[in-house]
Design a protein around this ligand. Structure first.
Ligand SMILES: NC(=O)c1ccc[n+]([C@@H]2O[C@H](COP(=O)([O-])OP(=O)(O)OC[C@H]3O[C@@H](n4cnc5c(N)ncnc54)[C@H](OP(=O)(O)O)[C@@H]3O)[C@@H](O)[C@H]2O)c1
Length: 271
């Protein structure tokens, strides 16, 4: 199933907040006809009202895809209106954090094709990464289609089983917040070394962004990139001796932090 089939049968976007708007912008830029998109959202933003899509109108008879982008806590209100499209050839794709495939199967029917996706916030600038997994009723073509749609906001990776979602949530889903905190704490530590708050923040932000771009664009493993910039007994080495300390450095700290996130993700999935 390709995008021309989406254009013909229609796409329904349920919930058009931050994540829904980022995806919609990508699809429209990619050439999906406006009139093929039906958006349901109780309080459409000004941006959305100007897009020329079908807004809060009747649903197409047999849409190719329904993309669910409401908050997990709104799912109970939002899904029943979609029940008539379940158990058929309409693919449901959900980006809701922590809502398992089983919840959709219960609400929409056991034989509904469903793809669960976990994006992250850099999707807002097209630099996200989304992990996806389909249920038994999602055909390989439908999983390909979900991947193509989600590529509008960044990279897409495929999982082998749904329980990997907890690890994905811990690394990439919650990860942007760890990086923001890294920037914050690097800037604070820079202030302790005599820099002004503005200068320290600018240096820390640009360093994280620049090093991230370097790692992203390089074929080298980040460990090798680190070694390349660490001269023996130099300044970087002095800091890395602290950060790489086996007792209280990054390795143990991040291991604890990611375990806490994954544990919480499992707890939330179990209600
Ligand atoms: N933002 C991210 O980077 C990110 C990352 C990973 C996963 N996600 C997932 O993406 C989903 C959306 O997140 P978001 O950040 O885009 O949230 P958001 O900005 O709050 O967007 C949700 C949108 O859905 C609307 N809505 C609420 N109830 C509805 C209903 N019954 N029918 C149709 N629309 C309804 C909301 O309208 P009101 O404002 O009127 O309530 C809002 O416009 C969440 O499930 C979240 O877990 C987001």
């Amino acid at each position: 199933m390709q995008m021309d089939e989406v254009a013909r049968r229609g796409l329904v976007l349920l919930g058009c907040g931050k994540m829904g708007s980022a995806m919609l912008a990508g699809w429209l830029e990619g050439g999906l006809p406006k009139q093929s998109v039906t958006v349901l959202d109780p309080k459409p933003s000004e941006w959305l009202q100007k897009q020329g899509v079908r807004l809060n109108e009747e649903l197409p008879e047999d849409p190719a895809i329904v993309l669910v982008a409401v908050k997990p806590q709104m799912m109970g209100d939002a899904l029943p209106s979609m029940q008539a499209k379940g158990n058929g050839s309409t693919l449901f794709v959900s980006v809701a954090a922590g809502t398992p495939i089983a919840t959709f199967e219960q609400a929409l029917g056991e034989s509904t094709p469903i793809v669960r996706a976990m994006p992250n916030t850099p999707s807002a600038i097209g630099r996200g990464i989304t992990a996806i997994i389909g249920n038994a009723h999602a055909t390989p073509e439908q999983v390909d289609l979900a991947e193509e749609l989600l590529r509008a906001v960044g990279q897409v990776v495929r999982l082998e089983s749904e329980d990997q979602m907890d690890g994905v949530t811990a690394v990439s889903g919650s990860g942007p917040a760890y990086v923001f905190h890294l920037i914050e704490t690097m800037a604070k530590a820079g202030e302790e070394q005599g820099l002004s708050p503005e200068l320290a923040l600018q240096l820390a932000t640009a360093t994280v962004a620049g090093a991230g771009a370097l790692a992203d664009g390089s074929d080298e493993h980040p460990g090798k990139l680190r070694e390349n910039v660490t001269s023996p007994n130099g300044t970087t080495q002095a800091a890395l001796d602290v950060l790489m300390n086996e007792k209280d450095g990054f390795p143990v700290l991040l291991s604890r932090a990611l375990k806490a996130a994954a544990d919480r993700s499992r707890e939330l999935a179990n209600g």
